[in-house]
Design a protein around this ligand. Structure first.
Ligand SMILES: [Mn+2]
Length: 291
């Protein structure tokens, strides 16, 4: 059974408006809409930051604020797992997944697979990052290689990461991904093979090799034409149907631990296009079918 948790944190990105994402999605009737699909879904509230400052420099940028928010969010996520609920997490920028996935690993003690649907690979460390933004270091932190961001042992292994829809990788990330042999399905793979073949293979293989899958859907995986309300848009992304297909496959994962939708930034949205898309996609992620 799912429990919706909002994670109102936007300081992991250069455009901090994603902090308002959960509130705006909920104000569009997300909860009632999802209840039609999953009548047992619960509303677990929105975690808002308790820090008073607004931004600090260095690399990672806004480290103090992130660590403070991490403390605020982790108890809510831990509570979900302790009560056998699946967190349905609304970001916030992708930095929040450091907390959600680290907490999943600590509480469930399972071997966790990260299904990363994103135009970026979010696997810079604090030295090679071009921006200093935490949302570009999420997976590297979860691998235990950015000590300032996490004090826990590594939450995931490189072999248990699978990317879908990638099309913008920084050169040091490319080198790291090649060296570690991380599984990556780029937009080119989707062009060549079609979404059905790519998503089914990616998701089923990951699900079989781990104990539990955390599915993290960054809205910038979608094409900016259909999802303009994101901080770091990249042209050439998923169509609406391709995005739905991935979500439909996610809804079939037998060992799904949690589902996250991140990087929705209402300040950058056009005519609520992205909010409405996000809600439609979450319906598919919870099992809505055409017939
Ligand atoms: Mn991301």
């Amino acid at each position: 059974m799912f429990r919706i948790i909002g994670a109102s944190f936007g300081l992991g990105s250069s455009k901090k408006g994603s902090a308002f994402g959960p509130h705006v999605l909920l104000s569009h009737g997300l909860f009632d809409t999802l209840k039609l699909i999953d009548p047992l879904i619960e509303l677990g509230g929105v975690v808002t930051p308790s820090y008073l400052s607004e931004g600090s420099g260095g690399s990672p940028k806004n480290l103090k604020e992130f660590l403070s928010f991490h403390e605020d969010l982790k108890d809510k996520i831990a509570q979900c797992y302790k009560e056998n609920k699946k967190p349905l997490v609304l970001g916030g920028d992708h930095a929040i997944s450091i907390t959600t996935i680290e907490t999943a690993a600590l509480i469930t003690k399972k071997r966790i697979g990260a299904l990363w649907i994103d135009s970026h690979t979010d696997i810079n460390d604090d030295k090679c990052t071009p921006s200093g933004n935490i949302h570009g270091m999420t997976l590297r932190a979860l691998l235990g290689e950015v000590p300032s961001l996490t004090k826990s042992p590594p939450s995931i292994k490189a072999e248990d990461i699978t990317y879908i829809a990638v099309r913008d990788i920084d050169p040091p990330e490319q080198e790291y991904i090649r060296k570690k042999g991380i599984k990556l399905y780029t937009m080119r793979d989707i062009d060549a093979r079609g979404i059905g073949s790519v998503a089914s293979e990616a998701i089923q293989n990951l699900s079989k090799q781990v104990d539990g899958v955390v599915a993290s859907f960054d809205l910038d995986a979608c094409d900016p034409e259909i999802a303009p309300g994101v901080g770091t848009p990249v042209a050439g992304g998923l169509s609406e149907r391709e995005s739905h297909f991935i979500m439909e496959e996610i809804s079939l994962i037998p060992n799904l631990l949690s589902l996250e939708l991140v990087e929705y930034n209402p300040e950058l949205d056009k005519d609520e296009k992205t909010a409405k898309l996000a809600i439609r996609l979450l319906q598919s992620g919870l099992g809505k079918r055409i017939i």
